[in-house]
Design a protein. Structure first.
Length: 217
């Protein structure tokens, strides 16, 4: 029964994540939105979609590929990766967007493509982890998973340097204001990054704590 739940959830999450990215990019409108894949939201959904699709494809008893994909540390890290998408968007970005954009933001927020990538996919992935995943998460994973946001930070900063101070029209140099080195200044940028990493460690500890509770029950 658990394997059936996992198969259904993997296929559903993969489909929702990949469709969400497709819509976010504007492919359904016959065009491509510049900068789509500079956003953590779209990259995390793309990775989640591919990962869940591979879980579905290789979900066979005794499959070595599946065993690697579904390893406790890997699954824990990728669950945190997509869960962060929801938490940062809902608790940090939404209040800022509401203040700056008002009713225009409300109309955009209520669209399927927005709710899909920021709410549905992250929460389904978390639910799948709670129900199906191996909870024998090694403690080192609490810190090892930070390689994901650090890799994204490195990508975003390198992209900003390549674009230069005056990027093409319609392309933001920095995808998020808190990592905008020009706007924040070096000192505040370091504070922002330090706070973000601290939050990620706390979040990792929280999910590790949940895995520990599951192990002792």
């Amino acid at each position: 029964m658990l394997r059936i739940i996992e198969l259904v959830s993997s296929f559903s999450i993969a489909a929702l994540a990949l469709v969400g990215v497709f819509l976010q990019a504007g492919f359904h409108e016959g065009r491509y939105r510049l900068g789509t894949f500079s956003y953590y939201t779209n990259l995390s959904n793309l990775i989640t979609g591919v990962y869940q699709l591979l879980l579905f494809i290789f979900a066979l008893p005794g499959s070595a590929v599946y065993d690697r994909l579904a390893g406790a540390g890997v699954r824990y890290s990728l669950t945190l990766m997509i869960w962060v998408t929801h938490l940062i968007y809902h608790f940090l970005l939404v209040p800022d967007y509401k203040r700056k954009q008002g009713e225009r933001f409300q109309a955009e927020w209520a669209t399927f493509k927005n709710l899909d990538v920021h709410y549905v996919v992250p929460l389904l992935a978390l639910a799948q982890w709670l129900v199906c995943a191996d909870k024998n998460v090694p403690f080192i994973a609490v810190f090892a998973w930070l390689l994901i946001p650090l890799a994204y930070l490195a990508f975003a900063m390198l992209r900003a340097q390549i674009l230069g101070p005056e990027p093409k029209s319609g392309v933001f140099r920095y995808p998020y204001s808190f990592m905008d080195l020009d706007e924040q200044g070096g000192r505040q940028w370091c504070v922002n990054v330090g706070m973000a990493l601290g939050f990620y460690v706390v979040l990792g500890l929280a999910l590790y704590g949940v895995s520990w509770i599951f192990r002792i029950l």
